[in-house]
Design a protein around this ligand. Sequence first.
Ligand code: ADP
Ligand code: MG
Length: 553
Amino acid sequence: EAAPATRSFEADVAKLLHLMVHSVYSDKDVFLRELISNAADACEKLRYEGLSNAALLGDGGQPRITVILDPDARQLTIEDNGIGMSEDELTDALGTIARSGTKAFMDRIAGAKDAEGSHLIGQFGVGFYSAFMVADRVEVTSRRAGTEAASIWSSDGLGTYTIQPATLADAPARGTRVLLHLKEDAASYTESFTIERTIKTQSGHVPVPIFLKDTPDAEPKQIADGAALWTKPKSEITAKEYKDFYRSAAGQFDEPALTLHYRAEGLHEYTVLAFIPENKPIDLFEPERAGRMKLYVRRVFITDEAQILPRYLRFVRGLVDSNDLPLNVSREMIQESPVLAAIQKGVSNRVLSELDKLSGTDADRYLNIWDNFGPVLKEGLYEDYARREALLGLARFKSTTSEGEWRSLTDYVAGLKENQTAIYYATGTDLDRLATSPQLEGFRARGIEVLLLSDQIDSFWVTAGVDYDGKPFKSVTQGLADLSLIPLVEGETPAAAASDAVSGFISFVKDALGDAVSDVRASDRLTTSAVCLVAPETGMDRQLEKLLAGAGR
Ligand code: ADP
Ligand code: MG
């Protein structure tokens, strides 16, 4: 027999493995959740591919996940009868970093100390490789559904792996077997009671039944029924069940800040189970970060690329299970379906209206969501014209008069000064510096609230012709702020009228600066500072100009 080929991991994987092997992260149980979630994914992929190619299913039986304990050998096995992997797929999937979340994780820990890395593992989980937190050797034997070949992948997590053909007799009839040689201090993962409890809490609601064998020869007993949580009536689901489901389905470790579970009836029937995380996911601002809503049709997983929600709701995790989409159409055709379009619209509107409702019923919880995801939601202000009203209603801002608190536009409009016709804002990168900008003096002297916009995205949406309640947004740095009609707060000194002396001075400054400026004017904007720079009325906002210059455009 030929010696197995030894291959090196991609550099990023090697780094990740080093972290896993040396992890001091205390909640190592998460490896089990990751491996079971992969097994469930594999069963769901097969269920989907089997729709158009029944031959793939063969006589491999109903989808199931089996966990086998071997205390004597200190081994733990997780086996599924899902789609399986060919040799090439094994190399791709387990020798490289495939998923974007893991890439983002790697970027984040680059340069971080091991202990910090461990902390991040706890927050985000990193898939298959977490097995090396508890195992000093992992063997993956897999047979791709519909093929007559099996392979075995093996690694100690120290930099290389081997891959070689396996005999069919040694491989599952279909699917994948992941065998962990547990480290000495991880022997408790062969205790039936521990494993059963862990699986029930972490993975009790995966949509594939789970069986447990206490020893290799024991009878398998079912410990999770594979019933899809979302099909149960709301009244029968506890908060803890929702939380556990969220954690296992979304790969998150926090609590959901908002849980949305409802059934749409009428023209289209579908069930929605969606969550807004309590914390910011690590890859929120990754350019390739797409939505994380899964599409099911009558409990069969179809795709997580249906873009059910617009990009600016990409922090929402969950699923939609449709009753009316045809099961046996390709993913591409589903994209074109008017049923999907109706679902997209319905779910997007519902998420926004639920957020609006929450802002009334639990302001603190809502503000926490805004704190985390406001910068993402604001992308919708220029990307989604149809929902701009709704988004402006959800938007919260810091301002010159809010003393660090969030203000809504309703609050702002309620505090408009006599003759004030615009919503004033200042953009910059730093809230504190913004707040002390000389541009604001004239506004302060009149008691006018100015919104302080310090997110990158703010420079973009404000140029999109946004108004609220009939009031345009106006930058304090842009053009003449026509403040003279708005009365000064008592005790403030009026700006000097443009007397002859001032006109003379202005001509002098114009001459001195020449082409460097397009105009020099006396302004109501200042009270104590002598000068400030503003952009012309029709020109680009100064903050946007800086941003674009920074981006090399
Ligand atoms: P993710 O599940 O987020 O893609 P993982 O690190 O958990 O990331 O797994 C990497 C890849 O390995 C998966 O995308 C899948 O292609 C493959 N894989 C892992 N476990 C299995 C399995 N039990 N059956 C089939 N493929 C698997
Ligand atoms: Mg996974």
